[in-house]
Design a protein around this ligand. Sequence first.
Ligand code: BGC
Length: 376
Amino acid sequence: MKKILAAILSAAMVGSLVSCGSTKSSSNDAGKGKKTIGIAMPAQELERWNSDGEYLKNKFESAGYNVELKFSNNDAVKQNNDIVGMIDDGVDLLLIAAVEADTLSATLDSAVEKNIPVVAYDRLIRDSSAITYYVSYDNFEVGRLQGEFIRDALDLDNTAGPYNIEIVAGDSGDYNADRFFKGEMDVLEEYIESGKLVVPSGLKTFELVATPGWTSDNAKANMTKILNTYYSDGKQLDAVVCANDSTALGVIQALDESYKGSNTPVITGQDGDIANLKNIVDGTQAMTVYKNVENEVSTAYEVCKMILDGDIPTGALVQSFPFEARYDSESYNNGVKYVQSYLLVPAVITDTNLQLLVNTGQYKWDSSEKYLESAK
Ligand code: BGC
């Protein structure tokens, strides 16, 4: 499947290069000497990418850059074409959160030929030597926080169990999804092996628990099937380790409609999406791993700015950040090389510390002062 997609993508790229020629006729050439950043985000439908796109656009525009921002409906072929279009437009730098980790190499080679640097945003781009830097959160740590939360919520170290758990991962084309899963299993595997945690569905490998497109609908459909097949006799489900908020939303809907037990399973998430924060207040979701978008955007901005100014971003850059981050050139191998990475530190949010989100300035209490809403 991947090979077929890669072939379609290369063909699309060649077609575009042939039809558009290879001269750098650029929006920035035309645009009063301003440099142009080409930003490719996966999908506008998912709350997180919508806000990343908006924050990135504002950040670069208010610093005097032109921005070409594309959302690709979670469609790898569309994203490839969008990027080819931005290369043809002569953008000065590409900042990409990839739909598929490993299908962009041919297109990015053509960016390199035109001296357009490529920075991977949030998601690592694999099998490409074109990537100069990677800006993200520590994705393995995100998974560990979710695993640790379940370990502590079920008090696995001090109670006999066994407890029933199901695992819901992200899209298998997103390398982050694999990192989250590995982080979760880094904590939970020993309990699964000892039998204290039981997975009644038997679905334990990343491939078997992946959720296409990270969508709530797919997560709901998968969980409904699991509930109807393995829990229809009223078996108790104690926890579902969900990789992010969009999948948690689908799982909670499935539980609402098809779970026969009387307990509320411990559900994890990630992103601090508004609907999930409401569920946290209402008690149907236990936690979300929060990754401050503004900090990730600022990091990306500083890295891109240095590159465009002809400077070389190094580990020293993190010392200027007003938030915790680390420079790491040894953890993220994209199949071709170790990519120099700036990794930010995620935080656990529960119903006891929602005020931390308000303190970021990105959320505010609604009129009932019970739930959070976007401050934008
Ligand atoms: C991001 C998550 C997001 C997920 C689905 C991942 O690559 O790191 O924050 O929830 O994609 O969009």
